[in-house]
Design a protein around this ligand. Sequence first.
Ligand code: NAP
Length: 246
Amino acid sequence: MLTDKIAVVTGASRGIGREVAKTLAAQGATVIVNYNGSAAKAEEVVKEIEEAGGKAEAIQCNVSEFEKAGELMAAVTEKYGRIDILVNNAGITRDSLLMKMSEEDFDAVINTNLKGAFNCMQHVARQMIKQKSGRIINMASVVGVMGNAGQVNYAASKAGVIGMTKSVAKEMASRGVTANAIAPGFIVTEMTDVLPDKIKEAMTEHIPMKRFGSTKDVANLAAFLASDAAAYITGQVICVDGGMAM
Ligand code: NAP
């Protein structure tokens, strides 16, 4: 259980983040539902959590902006007194082959997926060290482990998240703070809904379980990593991918 824990989940208005927020709240955490543009959807998540008897609050913040990420963490710490769990989930894709990839698309993906996670971790580190406890959970991807044609920017961002997670784990292990990465395979969300059926079929062929995963499959692992049961696990990259990356 996560009773009385304060959790910040970035990009929690939709997809995986939404499910993570609901799962942490169902286990007793008070959840900050961060979003960038989807205010109505974030409020919907808060409403669902409250209707189920949980506690949540939606806060807008573009995590790719260093100062804004700082303001988000400061507002949460001021109101709730602590931050126990940070789930860096906000992420975007801007796919194309290397030769066609624009500098803008490369930068946008790195700025949200990699720098966004850095920004949030940088601004909770001091608070978690002060608390002598904290859980950082970063959403990577099997693509960061295996690479993927058409996703040079995305793969770089997720491989970067993995390197960053291990480094933070080493820096903060002796201070009671763990940092782990989740590497989902193909999960049914708006991010994968946009893929053409032909591509989805080809991808499914590479998954030993022959199906995409659900947001719940990922959220269950996030809740475990956030719990006391995972106290001795840090610096790990755990794939939730139907066997794809083994
Ligand atoms: P999604 O359905 O597209 O949702 C993305 C979420 O991120 C939204 O809530 C969005 O909020 C938020 N977001 C985007 N840019 C942001 C920013 N700058 N600041 C704050 N929030 C921002 O994506 P998803 O499929 O759930 O993916 C969630 C995470 O899992 C991502 O990191 C993704 O790379 C990773 N992942 C997904 C899959 C998959 O198959 N779906 C596989 C591996 C890894 P707004 O709507 O408010 O902009």
